[in-house]
Design a protein around this ligand. Structure first.
Ligand code: HEC
Ligand code: HEC
Ligand code: HEC
Ligand code: HEC
Ligand code: HEC
Length: 210
């Protein structure tokens, strides 16, 4: 084979790979990002695979089998989602109960695939605004916010209350509460621009005075 032919051939291969990659990145129900030559996922896939899953869960089932039933999981790739997501990627029964999902949302955010914890974690599937994701909008029940309505400050132990929210959720709260937005409480002296979101540092509702 001449040098020229080889070059043309490899150029076509590159163009084809780029086209396939471009389609996988944008279209729904497209082929998942798998390198056709190596049959492997791209680098940093462990950190990013969820984003492709939420675009179109079906594209993963083609090679990985069921994402809901451990006995039917694995598929032709022989990699089951359940090897890492030991409780599955779906919610357990009774999850609509605020004592389950509400409590979990208030925990420190987690990147552990076996844990369902923290608002940032919920946002991966329920959407960055909690109403624009793969999963049902939080506002389908809560109507106004991705949490109980005002004042979300129950005065008995059995009532829901925001004060037991782990402080590391602050960047998620900041999306809607920067400078005291969507709240009746605003800081007397707002924190300087660029201050990291916190619950009592005048970036959101409460100042040092609390
Ligand atoms: C064309 C077949 C195919 C499709 C479609 C596919 N995968 Fe895979 N997947 C594989 C193969 C083969 C492996 C094992 C080799 C590897 O790690 O790249 C694998 C491995 C994985 C792993 C483990 C990686 C590791 O480092 O251990 C994850 C996570 C994963 N896939 C998630 C997904 C998700 C999520 C989707 C849908 C967006 C998906 N896959 C779609 C074939 C596929
Ligand atoms: C090799 C282990 C491994 C396998 C196999 C795996 N995952 Fe994951 N998954 C992870 C890790 C680790 C994270 C957390 C990633 C992060 O945030 O950095 C994650 C996160 C996710 C998330 C985001 C929500 C959450 O619970 O963290 C989804 C959705 C998800 N994976 C779907 C899937 C699906 C669907 C499959 C099977 C096709 C799969 N995963 C297979 C390790 C795995
Ligand atoms: C891996 C994706 C994923 C993650 C992460 C996730 N959810 Fe969901 N959620 C779903 C899907 C899909 C549904 C709809 C199907 C179902 O009920 O399982 C749902 C449904 C729900 C429902 C309605 C349940 C019902 O029975 O009506 C609530 C409440 C909920 N999620 C809260 C949360 C909270 C809070 C978090 C974070 C702690 C979270 N979810 C994280 C995917 C996810
Ligand atoms: C997607 C937007 C959004 C996010 C994210 C969000 N909130 Fe809200 N929040 C609202 C809206 C809208 C209201 C007003 C609800 C109403 O009118 O009943 C509200 C009201 C509140 C109230 C009542 C305020 C008052 O004056 O009585 C509290 C407390 C609160 N949020 C805490 C939080 C905390 C803590 C977080 C983070 C864990 C958070 N919010 C995340 C939108 C959001
Ligand atoms: C199927 C209906 C439903 C859906 C969907 C839903 N919730 Fe709830 N949630 C409730 C109910 C009911 C309560 C308790 C009502 C109250 O106190 O106002 C509650 C309470 C909560 C609480 C307060 C827990 C506490 O102890 O203070 C949080 C936080 C919360 N939900 C977060 C979320 C998030 C985040 C989502 C979306 C990922 C979501 N919810 C979706 C029904 C739902």
């Amino acid at each position: 084979m001449s040098r020229m032919k080889l070059m043309v051939g490899s150029c076509f291969a590159v163009v084809f790979a780029l086209l396939a990659w471009g389609c996988a990145g944008t279209a729904r129900n497209a082929t998942a990002p798998v390198n056709a030559a190596t049959g492997q996922h791209p680098a940093a896939w462990i950190q990013n695979h969820w984003a492709e899953y939420v675009k179109s869960p079906d594209q993963c089932r083609a090679c990985h089998g069921s994402t809901a039933d451990p006995a039917a999981a694995g598929g032709i790739s022989k990699v089951s989602c359940f090897t890492c997501h030991t409780n599955g990627v779906n919610h357990p029964a009774g999850w609509a109960d605020p004592a389950q999902h509400g409590k979990a949302a208030k925990l420190a955010p987690s990147t552990n695939p076996t844990a369902m914890a923290g608002f940032a974690h919920c946002a991966k599937c329920h959407g960055t605004t909690f109403s624009d994701g793969l999963a049902v909008s939080c506002k389908s029940c809560h109507t106004k916010a991705p949490h109980p309505g005002m004042p979300w400050h129950g005065t008995t132990a059995s009532l829901t209350n925001h004060i037991t929210t782990d402080i590391s959720n602050a960047p998620e709260c900041y999306k809607c509460h920067a400078g005291g937005a969507n709240s009746t409480i605003k800081p007397v002296t707002p924190a300087p621009a660029g201050t990291a979101p916190g619950c009592t540092n005048a970036t959101m509702c409460h100042g040092r005075d609390f």
